[in-house]
Design a protein around this ligand. Structure first.
Ligand SMILES: *Cc1c(COP(=O)(O)O)cnc(C)c1O
Length: 223
């Protein structure tokens, strides 16, 4: 089942790359496995999936232990509490949800020196809702300057979770705004646009996504 869904998703992604004049293979599928079991992850893995995203630190560490024999690239995509930065800096390859300098600094300080720099994205609150996390668009330039200077993390790009919209054109808008804002930044060598989920993946690819974070469309609905 997961095998079939994965194949369909990858075909959809490749098709969107062609439709929107993206380079073939430009978009990475991040399988969002929050609330799913280590067994679900193992199934996707045996179908070829290597990048997995988790939202809750405790839950992720448990699955990582069960899957320690697997060559998985782990992405943290959930809200980050200060008391979890050490575990996150130690057990993940990527963090997409950095939304303050304080958290970025802690991740840099707590990244074990034996490991390569931690890849991070700044989460931008692109719809401007008060409930969602993320920095404001007008804070992005200054945050990039500060975060890019930290030694043990590598600033890779931006992440966004816009307000859900059904209409394709409305879905595209916030992605476009963010993409254009990044283009106006100085040269931080950013190469990652982490946006697009199960319901807006095509719109995200149309507007430059390089990582789409997909849960439901791969693993089915969450409890
Ligand atoms: C859960 C989650 C996803 C995946 O959402 P789906 O709609 O299930 O594809 C992507 N990104 C973040 C930050 C999430 O929390």
């Amino acid at each position: 089942m997961i095998n079939k869904k994965l194949k369909q998703l990858l075909a959809q992604i490749r098709q969107a790359e062609i439709t929107y004049n993206r380079k073939l293979g430009d978009v990475l599928l991040l399988a969002v496995s929050k609330t799913k079991t280590a067994q679900d992850i193992a199934q996707a893995y045996s179908a070829g999936q290597r990048h997995f995203g988790e939202n809750y630190c405790q839950e992720a560490l448990k699955k990582q232990q069960e899957l320690s024999a697997y060559d998985i690239t782990w992405h943290f995509i959930g809200p980050i509490q200060s008391n979890k930065t050490k575990a996150i800096a130690t057990h993940f390859n990527w963090v997409h949800s950095v939304d303050s300098f304080k958290i970025a600094k802690r991740l840099s300080e707590q990244r074990p020196s034996a490991l390569p720099p931690l890849n991070i994205c700044l989460q931008v609150n692109i719809s401007g809702e008060q409930s969602k996390s993320g920095i404001a668009l007008n804070e992005l330039a200054e945050m990039c300057v500060l975060v890019a200077a930290l030694p043990n993390i590598k600033l890779r790009g931006v992440m966004a979770v816009p307000e859900p919209e059904e209409n394709f054109e409305l879905q595209r808008k916030p992605f476009k705004v963010l993409y254009q804002a990044v283009a106006k930044l100085g040269d931080f060598k950013l190469d990652t646009y982490s946006f697009g989920m199960s319901s807006d993946l095509k719109a995200a690819i149309a507007e430059g996504a390089t990582i789409v974070r997909i849960g439901t469309a791969l693993f089915g609905a969450r409890e």
